[in-house]
Structure formats: C-alpha cells, structure tokens
Design a protein around this ligand. Sequence first.
Ligand SMILES: *[C@@H]1O[C@H](CO)[C@@H](O)[C@H](O)[C@H]1NC(C)=O
Ligand SMILES: *[C@@H]1O[C@H](CO)[C@@H](O)[C@H](O)[C@H]1NC(C)=O
Length: 251
Amino acid sequence: MPFLDWYLRRSLATWLFFHSLVLLSLCFQSATTFPKGCYPSQEDGYKTLRCSNAQLTEVPRDIPNDTNRLYLDFNQITYLPSDAFRNLPVLMELDLSHNSLGHLDATSLRGVTDHLHSLDLSSNKLVSVSKEVFANLKARTNLSGNPWMCDCELQEVIRLVDLDPGSSSAIVCASSVQEEHAGKPFLQVVKEVDLCNVYKRTTDVAMLVTMFGWFAMVISYLVYYVRQNQEDARRHLEYLKSLPKKSNPGS
Ligand SMILES: *[C@@H]1O[C@H](CO)[C@@H](O)[C@H](O)[C@H]1NC(C)=O
Ligand SMILES: *[C@@H]1O[C@H](CO)[C@@H](O)[C@H](O)[C@H]1NC(C)=O
C-alpha cells in the first residue's frame, strides 16, 4: 500500500515539524517571559520562580503575575522599590534572605501583605524598620541574622509580626538604646526590660532636669532681684532719713 505508506510518512513529518515548532515557541516564550537568572517550575502544585544566587542587584521587573513562590535569596538586592510586588496577586512565599537590604519603605510590601504566607528577610543588613512596613502582614516572618538596633520601634514591630518560631532566637541586637544589650538576643532583652518604657523614662528624666534648671534660674534671679531691691530700698530709706536732718536747722 504505497499510498498509505506515503501518507503515514508525510503525517509523521508534519507531526515532527509541528512538534519542533511548538518546542521552539515554548523555548522562545520562556526566554522572553522569565527574567534573566530565574527558573520557573511547578512545585507541589505551586507556580515557583527561583532566582536564587543570580547576582541580582534589584527585584526583576517581569515576574509572571501568577507566581505563588518567589525565591530571590542569595543576591545583592539593596532596596525594594515602592510596590515592588504589587502585580503579584497570588504570591504566597517570598524569600529575600541573604541580600543587602538595609532599609524597607512603608510601601515596599504594599499589595502582598494580606495574602503572603511566608516572608524571609533573614541575613540582610536591616538595622531598623518602621512598623508601617508590616501593617496588615499575616505572613510567618524570618527576621534573623540582621544587625538590629534594639529600641522601642523594633519591639513594636516584633510584637506586630508573626515571627517564624525557629528563627526568633537569632534576632540579635547589634546595638541598643541601652549599651549592655548589644550582642544579646532580642527576645531575652525584652524579657528583662520594656524598651518602650526605657525610652519614655529617659525623656521624662530629661524633661524634669530641664524644668528644674529653668526653675533654679528663675528662683536665683528672683533672689538676686529682691536683694538688689532691698539694697536700693535701704539706700533710699537712708537718703530719706538724712533729708529732714538737713532741712531741720532751717525750720
Ligand atoms: C495576569 O495578567 C493577565 C493579563 O493582564 C490577566 O488576564 C490575568 O488574570 C492575571 N493573572 C492573575 C493571577 O492575576
Ligand atoms: C531563618 O533564617 C536563617 C538565616 O537565613 C536560617 O538559618 C533559618 O533556617 C531560617 N529559619 C526558618 C525557620 O526558616
């Protein structure tokens, strides 16, 4: 059956041709859709984008909007621009660990805070962070391995955030409002002192000292003034006393 044979060969060739076309277009698509250094995969049914260790200095722009898990760990990202993750409405896990983040803006995590399940900010260069950054954040958060400045603000942040239980002992004070806390784990420090009250107490004391200083100045001026006046009054009195003596001989 030469005709059938010819037909089969032809359809096989056609099939191979289309198959390679599809493969080629898939390659082309992945090359254009995914940021450089990032590899997409499907893990446990979640769309995952791994950009770990890709020498990134900033968050890639063209992250697919259906990404569930995003790994940006082990890069050199120094800051998160406003709304960096805003167009990722189904993002659940965000790993920013082992980067060089020194600062977070109140708007850095805007748009993802209410649906994120897990946020890893460990091993960065965070010294302090305002609590607005974490407003509405429900994610388990890893804040360990940063050079934290332990003060009232950090205490409020940590009260607000759902800390990753395994990582909380590694939140260490690199510096503190009270010098003796440097090098100690944050949770141990706040067991001993309320960092927000320490701050309040020091401002109270400063205010008291200033007020006392002013009070002392006013009192000493008053004393000086009264004494000066007394002196003047005495002199005036003496003068008055001396007057009649001078005029008496005349009368
Ligand atoms: C991603 O963007 C496309 C095109 O703008 C949109 O149709 C789609 O619904 C978005 N996907 C998600 C998960 O938001
Ligand atoms: C938190 O981050 C540190 C440093 O990156 C890591 O060693 C630790 O495993 C993380 N903890 C959890 C529970 O993921």
